[in-house]
Design a protein around this ligand. Sequence first.
Ligand code: SAM
Length: 240
Amino acid sequence: MLDWREWFSAGSGIDRVQGFITPRSVRAIRSILEHQDRVSVGGSIAEIGTFRGKTFIGLAAATRDGERVVGIDIFPDDVQQSLINSAREVLSEDQLKRIILAKRDSSSLEFFEWARLMGEKARFVHVDGNHTNLAVRYDIMLAASHMAKGGVVLIDDFLHDWYPDVTEGIIEALKVIPNIAPVAVIPRSGKLLNGGTKLLCVERSAIEDYRNLMISEFSELRPRRIMLAGATVTAFMNAD
Ligand SMILES: C[S@@+](CC[C@H](N)C(=O)[O-])C[C@H]1O[C@@H](n2cnc3c(N)ncnc32)[C@H](O)[C@@H]1O
């Protein structure tokens, strides 16, 4: 059985799978999952835009008995098969059974279909699918529509140089979604092409818990409180 902490560690399986996630984002994900274990936040996990599974396999490993992990992607070419092959190399039979893959354009998923795929409300959704204003807005709405108490939506490519429309879509969505709020901007580390900055959004009852978690995780970075999409958000000085 793969320990998710092992997957989300430098030099582990995650480095063998092609994809997009920076070392600082890996730290943020580890920290969130550790927190959810510590305070017993339960629920499903999902990723919209799995690509070859670089992040998804670690998320699958983080599921507990009775939980499921849902991967949505349009899966062009051999992408789905390569994810499955990599997952089979490292995950146990029990972990593999918790995986549900849907070859779908996420914008075509109705809210009831999302809820049916997820089963339990979500404790962690990673939004990293179609990179347009409209698509990201819809993906965030889907994620928030079936969210557990204490759950998070982690959105990729916030403030991305190449996708400024994604940033606009994220802010527009967060202004109108009532049950989640942006809490922290996780600056990317390393090259832009290896992965972008992420925006951590949290179910509203747990905002300060996750803010303190990120400030503590990134204690080497100077934090600053700003207002974004009507919420108080912690930004960090990125010295990279
Ligand atoms: C940047 S990659 C995701 C990277 C991945 N999260 C990782 O950790 O490496 C974006 C993915 O979104 C998928 N995608 C693009 N449009 C989509 C859509 N409309 N619905 C679902 N997935 C989509 C692409 O096929 C691609 O695999």
